[in-house]
Design a protein around this ligand. Structure first.
Ligand code: FAD
Length: 417
């Protein structure tokens, strides 16, 4: 039997796994990354690349259940649950529904804000100090509203966000058009979040992989882990093709595929794939200055030097690998409603990704009780790029026995027992 050994094995080569690997290498650990496909081939590839403390409020909010039920009737709605028999999904939805109250909303928002603020700062530092070439811009981000009613509803939240350390400015229609002339007339106003940022996510993943290799880390692609046996001091990972890896620690950063480890580790990992889509184009003649969220349609618009992307939608349809033309069309229809030059001259890529969604919209980060040789770093939902740096810092501090930089309690892995 082909048995290999390493100090730390990271399973999953997305933005979260690679960031963890990099931070562990920086602390002198010997690290191997095992990736089932190609590096960055999961959700970390075609996402919108926004770094968003502004998104601290979780999806589960008061009133959300009614809204979700109304959306279920429309296949082009921002949130869609394909009706089907899937007990795990319905259990997961029930957990989310129970959290649609003010108290749980605030608890998640507080914990998310702490992670997002720390990560935003760290990411900018990493980009500079570690030379991560990914078109990072401290651009801020703008929520754009076509209806006054929706603008007013969100403007009320700004005060709450300020108490969580997230600054914002409400812009009337005239100011919004002055700041963002790429918008069409007829908008009601916007909310500007100066602390947000953006980057090109596929370039970030490539830059992280390069940095890992430069520091002596190994990344093995097409290397799927089929099963795990763990005790408090050692973990054994059996590969699907052939061979095994033995390590003092394993970090499971397997995104939307993470629930498969529940039985082997004896801990509930309720991570559902939340499917989202994007279309990438050549850059149109007139693009927004900053990333925009077209709020009534929940579509995100990001422009980089070499491209332009429309992305979003949240679909719970299991691991359905089809590119649904209705949902792709919904992205373009939304852009046409808000923007003067809504689509680029040529489509470069149509894409979907599965976001790793947890019921409380918080990641699962930390050791598995009773099997502390295994740590989880998953469940980052809509914010895996935004939270990648702080996740890496938390994981590395836990592996190296240091005091974590922020309180990891809200992310503990056994909270769904
Ligand atoms: C349309 C869309 C837009 C988004 N926009 C943003 C945004 O603007 N900002 C933001 O912060 N986030 C955004 N996200 C969310 C973000 O993309 C995810 O949260 C993030 O990519 C998750 O990273 P990850 O490394 O956990 O997962 P992934 O990138 O999915 O990586 C997991 C990896 O694990 C590998 N793997 C799985 N099982 C195994 C196994 N058994 N053995 C070996 N390898 C395995 C997979 O092949 C995969 O490469 C968006 C997502 C979507 C879909």
């Amino acid at each position: 039997m082909n048995e290999n050994a390493a100090d730390v094995v990271v399973v999953g080569g997305g933005v979260v796994g690679l960031s963890c690997a990099l931070e562990l290498l920086e602390r002198g650990r010997e690290v191997v990354v095992l990736e089932a496909g190609r590096v960055g081939s999961g959700s970390s590839h075609g996402n919108c690349g926004t770094i968003t403390p502004s998104h601290a409020p979780p999806i589960a909010a008061p009133g959300m259940v009614g809204q979700a039920l109304r959306w279920m009737l429309r296949s082009d709605a921002p949130l869609y649950i394909r009706p089907r028999w899937d007990p795990e999904l319905w259990r997961w939805l029930w957990r989310v529904a129970k959290r649609c109250n003010r108290e749980d909303w605030l608890a998640s928002a507080r914990a998310r804000a702490a992670l997002l603020n720390a990560s935003r700062e760290l990411l900018e530092r990493w980009v500079k100090e570690r030379g991560l070439d990914c078109e990072f811009r401290a651009s801020g981000l703008v929520y754009v509203f076509r209806t006054l009613e929706m603008l007013e509803r969100h403007a009320v939240e700004c005060e709450q966000l300020a108490t969580l350390g997230i600054a914002s400015e409400v812009w009337n229609a005239a100011r919004l058009i002055r700041e963002e002339p790429a918008l069409r007339g007829g908008v009601a106003g916007g909310i500007f979040f100066p602390g947000d940022a953006c980057l090109r996510p596929d370039r970030l993943v490539n830059a992280l992989a390069r940095a890992v290799r430069e520091r002596g880390g190994r990344i093995l692609e097409r290397c799927e882990v089929a099963s795990i046996e763990a005790d408090p001091v050692r973990v054994r990972l059996v590969l699907a093709e052939q061979g095994t890896w033995v390590a003092a620690r394993a970090v499971l950063a397997t995104g939307a595929w993470s629930s498969r480890w529940s039985a082997a580790l004896g801990v509930r990992i309720p991570v559902q794939p939340g499917k989202g889509y994007s279309i990438t184009y050549e850059r149109p003649a007139q693009v927004p200055q900053r990333p925009l969220v077209l709020k009534e349609r929940s579509v995100c618009v990001t422009a980089w030097e070499g491209g332009y992307r429309l992305g979003s939608t949240m679909e719970f349809s299991g691991m359905d690998a089809r590119l649904d033309p209705v949902r792709l069309r919904a992205l373009e229809d939304a852009a046409r409603d808000y923007l003067r030059d809504p689509l680029g001259p040529m489509r470069l890529e149509e894409w979907y990704g599965w976001r790793p969604m947890s019921p409380d919209d918080l990641p699962l980060i930390g050791p598995v009780p009773g099997r502390s040789s295994v740590l989880l770093a998953t469940g980052h939902g809509m914010l895996g790029v935004s939270m990648s740096a702080v996740t890496a810092l938390l994981v590395a501090s836990m592996v190296c026995g240091e005091t974590p930089p922020i309180d990891p309690t809200p992310c503990r892995v056994d909270r769904f027992a």
